[in-house]
Design a protein around this ligand. Structure first.
Ligand code: MRU
Length: 373
């Protein structure tokens, strides 16, 4: 987690029972409220409402949700428990379609349960709680590694533009794109961040600016439509964003508006970097055309801060993500290093290296605590 921040996601055995704790991102930056999800249904609702959001954080929450399902179960046998877990998996999988980390985490939790399915339910539950906590701790370690690799691409006095929030709030801590910025800042580079406000839900203005202010990293919020002008005036050195899903050919799905920034970078000869853990890479999807793009409620576009801004009855279209073609991506910054084109080869090699060499980055079983600093 960033300095002085509550954990984005955490497992707690509270007084009212076991629960998944979330820092409510719908209330930031005005209020720091922690919500407790005591059921899988409550957690699903929180993910849909963006109480927790950002691809890796959604994956971590879903993993903890599977642990919660196991902990709440009264199943008498391992097989019965597995049936309940499959139902929980299906509920969680139906929350948001684009971030592949959600499905990655659910599959990993399900596989872990299947591996130990002959054990008594109580023992399976302990294994799943440990596995979910490991996923959370692992995500944090990977973000730090992404930061270290990415910081090398950042100039000594760089003006970096970022979109949406790919920070500690979007991960189990530290962030991907903001991890790169944090690491560059910690290394003594005089970075300044242009923060796209990120309409319609203002993840940039509300969340990224909040994180950067807490860390005292110089930043300036801009309207999304200011980026072109700033680039033409020479005020941007590079763009760094996160990702919700990266196809096998390197096409990148990220918050709506990301593609426009990549086009602008090409026009102005600026590097366009994507920072993401390998859990965001979906080798099962050949190109970005196959990535499911979430369409959210029109109300998010027609209202601002609780006030209606459009004529009653007008249609609005609200795709939450867009796809940036791989040709526009200068590099993908992963926990295993900086990957460049041709992405079809380099991504496959990185995923294979990761599968062979997980221990180089991951904390090891048995599970560690949910540390965020
Ligand atoms: O709709 P959101 O807020 O979940 O969208 C999040 C993003 O688009 C992030 O940029 C992405 O998940 C990367 S987070 C490290």
């Amino acid at each position: 987690m960033g300095r002085g921040m509550r954990p984005t996601v955490a497992w707690t055995e509270g007084e009212k029972g076991p629960c998944v704790q979330l820092l409510d991102q719908t209330r930031l930056p005005l209020e720091e409220v922690v919500v407790e999800c005591y059921t899988v249904e409550e957690l699903c609702d929180a993910i849909k409402r963006l109480v927790v959001r950002g691809a890796p954080a959604i994956g971590c929450s879903a993993a903890l949700g599977m642990a919660l399902a196991a902990r709440l179960s009264t199943a008498g046998t391992g097989e019965e428990l597995l049936e309940e877990l499959r139902r929980a998996r299906d509920q969680l999988a139906a929350t948001r379609p684009t971030a592949v980390n959600l499905f990655w985490a659910l599959e990993r939790m399900m596989k872990r349960a299947e591996d130990v399915s002959s054990a008594p339910p109580a023992a399976i539950t302990l294994v799943l709680i440990a596995e979910a906590q490991l996923i959370v701790a692992d995500d944090l370690a990977r973000c730090h590694a992404i930061g270290e690799h990415g910081a090398e691409l950042i100039g000594e006095r760089a003006n970096i533009l970022t979109h949406c929030n790919a920070g500690a709030l979007a991960t189990s801590g530290y962030g991907t794109a903001l991890g790169v910025i944090r690491a560059a800042h910690s290394a003594g580079k005089q970075v300044h961040v242009w923060v796209d406000e990120t309409r319609p839900l203002l993840q940039g203005a509300r969340l990224t600016a909040w994180e950067l202010m807490k860390e005292e990293i110089p930043c300036t919020v801009i309207c999304d439509n200011a980026a072109a002008c700033l680039m033409r005036e020479g005020k941007v050195d590079c763009v760094v964003v996160g990702a919700d899903r990266i196809a096998a050919n390197g096409d990148v799905a990220n918050k709506i508006g990301t593609y426009a920034l990549a086009c602008l970078c090409e026009k102005h000869g600026l590097p366009f970097y994507v920072a993401a853990p390998l859990s965001t890479v979906d080798l099962g999807i050949a190109t970005g055309a196959d990535i499911p793009i979430e369409e959210r409620a029109a109300d998010e576009v027609c209202n601002f801060s609780g006030q209606r801004t459009c004529p009653a009855g007008v249609r609005a279209y609200n795709p939450a993500f867009d796809v940036t073609p791989h040709e526009l991506v200068s590099a993908i910054i992963t926990e295993h290093g900086v990957i460049r084109a041709p992405y079809a080869d380099s991504l496959q090699a990185a995923v294979a290296r990761n599968d062979q060499n997980r221990s180089a980055i991951m904390p090891q079983r048995p599970a560690q605590g949910n540390k965020h600093e």
